[in-house]
Ligand binder design. Structure first.
Ligand SMILES: Cc1cn([C@H]2C[C@H](O)[C@@H](COP(=O)(O)OP(=O)(O)OP(=O)(O)O)O2)c(=O)[nH]c1=O
Length: 207
C-alpha cells in the first residue's frame, strides 16, 4: 500500500510526454528540470488550402498531442508547432538552400510574426492556445544571407533563422516571448502547469 500524506500525491506523478522531435523544446524542459520522456508522432504537417498561420500551428499542435495521448491513456502529453508569417506568406522550414534564401530575403529589413501553437492533453482533457511574437529583422544583403545559410543554422528552423543562435545578430527587436520564437511559449506553459496543479508534484512537492 502506498502511504499518503495530506496534500501529497499518492504516488509520484508520471513524467510528461513531449510529443516532439525538436531539440529546442527538449532543451526548455531540461533547463526547467521538468521530468519528461519523448514520443515523436508521425503527422502530416501540410497546411490546408488558405489556412491562416495561427490556425495551422494550433491544428498541428493539437494533432501531435492527440496522436500521442491516444497511445498513452491517463498521461499528460505536450506538443507544439511554430511558423513564421509575413504578409500573406507562411514560412515553415526551408526545403533547400534556395528556399532559405527566399525566406530570408522576404523577412530582412522588416517585421514578421512568429506563431507557436501549444497543446497539453490527457485523455479528452485538452488545453491549447496560440502565442504570437513580433520580430524585426535588420537589412541583409544577398551575400550575407548566403553566408548565413552556409553555416547550416537556418536549415531546420521555421522562417530559416534561429533567434537563439547567429540569427540573434540580425534581429533589431522582439515584442512578445523569446521562447515562443524558439518554439515553446514557456511563460504560458508555466501558467497552465500551475493552474492544473502539475508543476510542483513534478518537483516532488505538494501542488
Ligand atoms: C523562428 C525560429 C524557429 N525555430 C525552430 C523551432 C522549431 O523546432 C522549428 C519549427 O518547426 P516545428 O515543425 O514547429 O517543430 P519541429 O519539426 O522542429 O519538431 P516537432 O514537429 O517534432 O515538434 O523551428 C528555432 O529554433 N528558432 C527560431 O528563431
Amino acid at each position: 500500500m502506498t502511504e499518503t500524506q495530506p496534500g501529497l500525491p499518492a504516488m509520484p506523478q508520471q513524467p510528461l510526454i513531449l510529443a516532439s522531435s525538436s531539440p529546442r523544446r527538449r532543451h526548455w524542459l531540461e533547463a526547467m528540470r521538468i521530468p519528461f520522456e519523448i514520443q515523436v508522432p508521425e503527422v502530416d504537417e501540410t497546411p490546408l488550402l488558405d489556412e491562416e498561420p495561427g490556425d495551422l500551428v494550433l491544428r498541428l499542435a493539437e494533432l501531435k498531442a492527440e496522436v500521442v495521448a491516444r497511445r498513452n491513456p491517463d498521461r499528460w502529453v505536450m506538443a507544439a508547432d511554430t511558423t513564421v508569417a509575413v504578409d500573406h506568406h507562411t514560412l515553415n522550414k526551408p526545403v533547400d538552400v534556395e528556399d532559405a534564401v527566399r525566406m530570408l530575403t522576404l523577412i530582412q529589413d522588416r517585421a514578421h510574426q512568429v506563431h507557436t501553437g501549444f497543446c497539453l492533453q490527457r485523455n479528452d482533457d485538452t488545453h491549447s492556445f496560440v502565442d504570437t511574437a513580433q520580430v524585426v529583422f535588420r537589412p541583409l544583403t544577398e551575400a550575407q544571407i548566403r553566408w548565413y545559410i552556409a553555416t547550416r543554422e537556418p536549415m531546420d528552423k521555421a522562417g530559416s533563422y534561429a533567434i537563439q543562435g547567429i540569427g540573434a545578430l540580425f534581429i533589431e527587436g522582439v515584442e512578445g516571448s523569446f521562447s515562443t520564437v524558439m518554439g515553446l511559449p514557456v511563460e504560458r506553459m508555466g501558467d497552465l502547469f500551475l493552474q492544473l496543479g502539475l508543476l510542483w508534484p513534478w518537483m516532488g512537492l505538494p501542488r
